[in-house]
Write a protein that binds this ligand. Sequence first.
Ligand code: ZN
Length: 348
Amino acid sequence: MKLDFSLLKTLTELAGISGREAPVRQFLQKQLAPYADEIRTDKLGNLIVYKKGTSDKNLLLCAHMDEVGLMVRYIDERGFLYVVPVGGLDPRTLLAQRVRVQTKNGPILGVIGTKPVHITTEADRAKAVPMSDLYIDTGLPAEKVREQVAPGDSIVLDREYEEFGENRICAKALDDRAGVFVLAELVRCVKKPFYNIYAVFTVQEEVGLRGAKVAAYGVDADLGFALDTTGAVDVPGVSPANHIVSVGKGVGISVIDGYTITPKWLFEELKQICEREKISWQARVAPRGGNDAGAIHQDKTGVPACALSIPTRNIHACVEVEDKNDITAMFQLVLYVIEKGLTGPQGE
Ligand SMILES: [Zn+2]
């Protein structure tokens, strides 16, 4: 089964910060309707795609549509825009970057300004610029800015999808359009699922797993997975003990993070499938962080859940880096689970 990575390119180029996911949702709705037994959107904006299985067990698969970004906070007298972050953004990664402000008349280009080296001291350059001091230059006169832009308008990072090196991708919003891509491809490819599949493209993960919480409530899941990305810090300056996961070494199967501890039987069974089916994988033992699995496993009386993660360098910056083989490994593992089903806990 070959994944169509042109779909991932399209997905990363859509604008969808938390709470403003409509462009992503509308795109997916159109793409996936032909493959769904039922497709609907809930009141928070989650897109739920249902495919009937051969058993009576329900499987919840979540991938979040939202990306980190900004919102307009204030427009000054000269037309410069000031912002608030939406999700975890490091202002150091935003300086001198291009953005697209989503106005009522469509997106406009903006540039996040930075003081040039010519007028800064070494001490200035050693300091991080706080988010509150960042400003966006739209190139428009102040009165035109006020006509088009309003406080609350969303702002997305602006960067093209590129493939580079060996099997690598660099783009904005790979977190979590890569997971969305895998889930969309699963919906398209799965012919005869064992489980009743609830493929949920969630909203507002980056601001606290808000979409997954209500989505899980609406589905009586027997088992749940979050298909997401995770920070890979396998880079210079970080000791191997702190790498957590490495790019190119396979899908990350979560053991623990800041929100979820995977049931032992579930971790072991996924590991055995990967070994048997020759799917590259690595254990994700993360001291912090979380994803939709954190909301899924606490639903109602509890749902066994696991986060599957694509290792991502420079996560939450506009140059996120992933390996196509890791994405494919996630697809293969989940496809196997969907088609064959899991044995479940053996007396645990
Ligand atoms: Zn994510």
